[in-house]
Write a protein that binds this ligand. Structure first.
Ligand code: PMP
Length: 396
């Protein structure tokens, strides 16, 4: 006898999300990514993208991708351990390791995959993970996949991490401390020197996810480890190529032996095909651009400081960001959505972010300023925020 597969919960859950204002409507972009994009036939100022340095549509990246497609084709064939690794992937890995100042790096399909690669390969059942309570979803999923016990410590609080490690002192197992480098919703930076010190004291490994630090922090955007001059003291560095690098992909960087180990043990490397050739090629060009000049990184920071200062003068609360991620705090999810709609009416694309991505009552518009925005673009954004914010009573 056949049992009917019941899918009613899908309909019910979609209805619930819509009723509670938690449903995300995804806009379709009809142009390349850039400071201005075309949505529904309208040119709008883009304040949503993680395209920090404006590289998504950069000529050098596109030229390199085209050249490598002609030379190497597009697909990697299969997973690297089965179909062999292509020389282009090795070329990018060497460049990434040099850029990060580590001995080696291993490419994977995305930043999300990089966390799923590293964490379950390093710890397992019977081991302990100490994870910042606000870590990114991909770290959380990597931790869950590992089946290690997860101990959450208070956000950016090395004293609380120490308390947690002390409680488990004497437990004879592997211990891993893991944190975002830059927290993607608030833009604050992890106190990495203090976290490293505590991890070292209690014999724990330390891992940082530098997704929002690469291309942003450190000399010419080398990331959080360079920013704090902690080279050699962070065991595992996870990175993404989908934000400042303007392409797609992820990687893990560290000592040669760690990378050799991950190539043998990390499941996304063993069971999922490698990045495509154009992705790899464009990423090679992106690293080269960063190695040649710090100009884009400087422009990004100038823009971020300018925008934040102007928003502050208007009376907007931009939280406690320390990076170009600029949360415009609104409070209630419905108000944040209304603000986003009003901005869109004024040709400004800035998405509302609400629960469950951020805590209830802390809804916001997260503004992502890019190096490719001009001063005029930023002034345009500020005027739109001023008008919409006054209409909604967010500012006086
Ligand atoms: N880690 C953090 C901290 C992130 O913000 C993101 C992207 N939202 C990722 C990992 C995932 O990166 P990717 O988009 O390359 O999968």
């Amino acid at each position: 006898m056949k049992v009917a597969v019941r899918m009613d919960f899908v309909t019910e859950e979609l209805k619930r999300l819509k009723d509670e204002g938690l449903y995300t409507y995804i806009r379709t972009i009809e142009s390349p990514q850039g400071p201005w994009v075309v949505i529904e036939g309208r040119k709008v100022l883009n304040l949503c993208s993680n395209n920090y340095l404006g590289l998504c549509n950069e000529e050098r990246l596109k030229d390199k991708a085209k050249k490598y497609i002609d030379q190497y084709g597009v697909g990697p064939g299969a997973v690297r351990t089965i179909a062999g690794t292509m020389s282009v992937h090795i070329e990018l890995e060497k460049k990434l390791a040099a850029f990060k100042g580590t001995e080696a790096a291993m490419l994977v399909q995305s930043g999300f995959c990089a966390n799923l690669s590293a964490i379950p390969a390093l710890v397992g059942k019977g081991d302990l993970i100490f994870s910042d309570e606000l870590n990114h979803a991909s770290i959380i999923d990597g931790c869950r996949l590992s089946r290690a016990e997860i101990v959450r410590y208070k956000h950016n609080d090395p004293d609380d991490l120490e308390r947690a490690l002390k409680e488990k002192e004497g437990t004879n197992c592997r211990k891993l401390v893991v944190t975002d480098g830059v927290f993607s919703m608030d833009g604050d930076i992890a106190p990495l020197p203090e976290l490293v010190e505590v991890a070292e004291k209690y014999g724990a490994m330390i891992m940082v996810d530098d997704a929002h630090g690469e291309g942003v922090l450190g000399r010419r955007g080398r990331g959080i480890v360079d920013h704090f001059d902690l080279h050699g003291r962070v065991d595992v560095e996870v990175g993404t190529l989908s934000k400042a690098f303007g392409v797609m992909g992820g990687f893990v960087a560290g000592k040669s032996e760690l990378i050799e180990y991950l190539r043998q043990k990390a499941r996304p490397n063993l069971f999922s095909s490698a990045l495509t050739v154009p992705d790899v090629a464009a990423n090679i060009a992106a690293v080269e651009i960063l190695q040649e000049s710090g100009e884009l990184v400087e422009k990004l920071w100038d823009n971020a400081f300018y925008f934040r200062a102007r928003m502050g003068e208007l009376g907007f609360d931009t939280g406690h960001t320390q990076t170009p991620i600029t949360p415009v705090m609104v409070g209630e999810a419905t108000l944040a959505k209304e603000l986003s709609m009003k901005l869109f009416e004024r040709n400004v694309f800035a998405q509302a972010i609400a629960f469950p991505t951020v805590p209830k009552g802390k809804a916001r518009i997260r503004v992502m300023v890019s190096a490719s925005h001009t001063r005029d673009d930023l002034d345009y954004a500020v005027s739109a925020f001023a008008e919409a914010g006054k209409e909604l009573g967010i500012i006086g």
